[in-house]
Ligand binder design. Structure first.
Ligand SMILES: [Zn+2]
Length: 434
């Protein structure tokens, strides 16, 4: 597909660019970026109207639920939610049913994504068979089938010996391991962050140490094996300190943080709203501040949503019975523009870096920049669009968000994948599957 994007303010952190420019996509790839481009006759074009034109955003932590839990989400609905939220590429976790621990499941996901998806889908394979934590999955077979990383996300790999072996094998295939860093024995039965609020509410807590112990262990194993570990959804101040220190020593470890861990605290649970229940849980104010600082200084490389769709019935129950997680694809960018950029926690260029080149480097994905030859993926932002978050309008099949009714200023305006416009002004193209 060919496309010329005119009249934009192009921000491409990977190339240190923030200037008025045009972006030319030829045959689905970035051809050139510059002030006034010569283009082949009859190249279709889009007028960005002075809006911000960035490399296509990437979310490396998404639960698509297909195969097995299509009542929560499908690849068709999940990729449309991604496009609506400004994401041109997503990586999906292995905790489907069946678990993505064999080539057959990976093949199914990639075939469905090709047939029914509207954004790029990169599968993440399981570390252990069935996420059981006992024996390694067929890591080589999964890499061959197209998995970009390994993770038992949703569950920690509790055995250090097994994770060490996983890292040694994963190194041979050149794929990182994404760690759900949580000591299950400490977190067991907890409903929310352990602290003043949990005591006040009389709810069972999950101590911050449950995360920190595993982050420390994962860093030690990354150092021992020399292979890359990526820590998913970092949420505590001490986890951030461990990461900062490890990175200063050159340990191959990266980290991501979710919008909800940047914007909400455990105080949110005072509502007893199950939409605020997640793993790791919403933490205290100082943890949130530490995560914000770490995102700004690059200790945390990426913002990832941990998009976790659930049916109403999974959430409309007592807090201790309720499923963990919230949907995030359609709210992340607007929330970050409103509450991080407008409130000067991050400048716009840094936010875009954490949504493009940061995640691309963590998983070695193509894209994340407008370098000539890169995939022709672009996200255009409207920094002035005022709106209120309304889950009733989500493309996702799920509605579980604690951000209902939040006012935002700024939103994704267009999502382009391989030179094809898949979302314009909030409306996602209709596919065969809707
Ligand atoms: Zn997780």
């Amino acid at each position: 597909m060919n496309l010329l994007i005119r009249n934009g303010r192009v921000i491409d952190p990977a190339n240190g660019l923030d200037a008025p420019a045009e972006v030319l996509i030829l045959d689905g790839r970035v051809s050139r970026v510059g002030p006034r481009l010569e283009v082949p006759a009859e190249t279709p074009s889009v007028d960005a109207g002075g809006r911000v034109v960035a490399p296509g955003f990437m979310d490396i932590h998404v639960h698509l639920r297909e195969p097995g839990q299509e009542y929560k989400e499908t690849i068709a609905t999940g990729t449309r939610a991604a496009a609506a939220g400004g994401f041109a590429a997503i990586a999906c976790m292995a905790n489907t049913q069946p678990v993505n621990d064999t080539r057959a499941v990976t093949d199914y996901i990639t075939a469905q994504a090709r047939a029914e998806g509207v954004v790029r889908v990169y599968p993440i394979g399981a570390v252990t068979r069935g996420l059981g934590g006992r024996e390694l999955a067929e890591l080589g077979e999964l890499a061959e089938a197209g998995c970009v990383a390994y993770s038992d996300d949703g569950r920690p790999v509790m055995s250090s010996a097994l994770l060490r072996r996983a890292l040694e094998y994963a190194q041979a295939f050149g794929k990182p391991i994404v760690s759900h860093a949580e000591d299950a024995t400490l977190a067991d039965g907890g409903v929310m962050h352990e602290g003043f609020v949990s005591t006040d509410l009389g709810l069972r807590g999950i101590p911050a140490a449950a995360e920190e112990i595993m982050v420390a262990r994962d860093i030690a194993l990354a150092e021992l094996t020399g292979h890359r570990v990526h820590i998913a959804h970092v949420s505590t101040a001490a986890a951030v300190r461990l990461l900062r220190d490890a990175r200063a020593r050159g340990v191959p470890v990266t980290g991501e943080v979710t919008p909800h861990h940047l914007l909400l605290t455990d105080e949110t649970l005072r509502s007893y709203d199950a939409n605020a229940k997640m793993a790791p849980p919403l933490r205290g104010k100082r943890d949130v501040e530490a995560c914000r600082e770490a995102l700004a200084d690059g200790t945390l490389d990426a913002i990832a949503t941990d998009h976790a769709p659930h049916a109403l019935a999974d959430k409309e129950v007592e807090l201790d019975q309720a499923a963990n997680g919230i949907v995030g694809l359609e709210t992340a960018v607007a929330l970050c523009l409103t509450h991080l950029v407008r409130e000067r926690v991050l400048d716009l260029g840094t936010l875009i870096a954490r949504l493009t080149v940061g995640p691309a480097r963590i998983l070695d994905l193509p894209g994340g920049s407008l370098t000539p030859g890169a995939p022709g993926d672009v996200t255009i932002l409207d920094l002035d669009r005022e709106h209120v978050i309304d889950p009733g309008r989500f493309y996702s099949r799920a509605r579980n968000t604690p951000f209902r009714g939040w006012r935002c200023v700024g939103a994704p305006w267009m999502t382009i994948v391989g030179g094809r416009v898949v979302m314009a002004e909030g409306v996602v193209e209709r596919g065969p599957s809707r």
